[in-house]
Design a protein around this ligand. Structure first.
Ligand SMILES: [Ca+2]
Ligand SMILES: [Ca+2]
Length: 179
């Protein structure tokens, strides 16, 4: 026994309306939240392109608590000039602040080379001097910097590493965030 046509049309209309409403719900069109890696590990991958702060290697994976950047300084050298004293390899990384909060940075290494940590509070041009740098002639790590003021979500900082003396060496550059 077949159903009367009006009943079928009514059912189809209800179904179409339901699908339409479901399809237009706000949650289905917004972008999914990125999956945060709370303790991200990042390997240097632009050795020849990260030598200047204005061309800093972008650390573009979502993170929250800490990033450990593993890199290598291929050469060491320091001439003590005002503008660009580090003549050896320079490595620069651009890091986005994940949420409003405090940041600190620590440079760790294992050899007796003299590595230096540099901070740019905002992404600079290539000829900019660091806003802060370690001027210690330490042949032993770590060196660290704690930002005085809280940072805002989405701000970018640039963290630089250079080798003033000694042999080429690898390092771990740890950027921490906390409320
Ligand atoms: Ca390097
Ligand atoms: Ca480099």
């Amino acid at each position: 026994m077949t159903q009367p046509a009006p009943y079928i049309y009514s059912s189809l209309l209800t179904l179409a309306l339901s699908l339409s409403l479901f399809g237009c719900s706000p949650t289905s069109t917004s972008e999914p939240a990125p999956t945060l890696d709370h303790h991200l590990s990042w390997d240097e991958d632009d050795e020849n392109g990260n030598n200047h702060a204005g061309d800093a290697e972008e650390v573009d994976a979502p993170w929250q608590r800490s990033i450990t950047i593993n890199g290598t300084l291929q050469t060491c050298g320091y001439e003590g000039g005002e503008d660009w004293p580090w003549t050896g390899d320079n490595d620069n990384y651009r890091v986005e602040v994940p949420e409003d909060g405090y940041m600190d940075v620590e440079l760790q290494w294992d050899s007796s080379s003299d590595l230096d940590l540099m901070l740019y509070f905002e992404p600079p041009g290539n000829n900019a001097s660091p806003d802060w740098f370690s001027n210690q002639s330490d042949n032993e790590g770590p060196e660290s910097y704690l930002f005085d003021e809280p940072m805002s979500r989405g701000d970018d900082i640039v963290v630089g590493v250079a080798c003033a003396g000694g042999e080429a060496d690898s390092y771990r550059l740890v950027v921490n965030w906390e409320t």
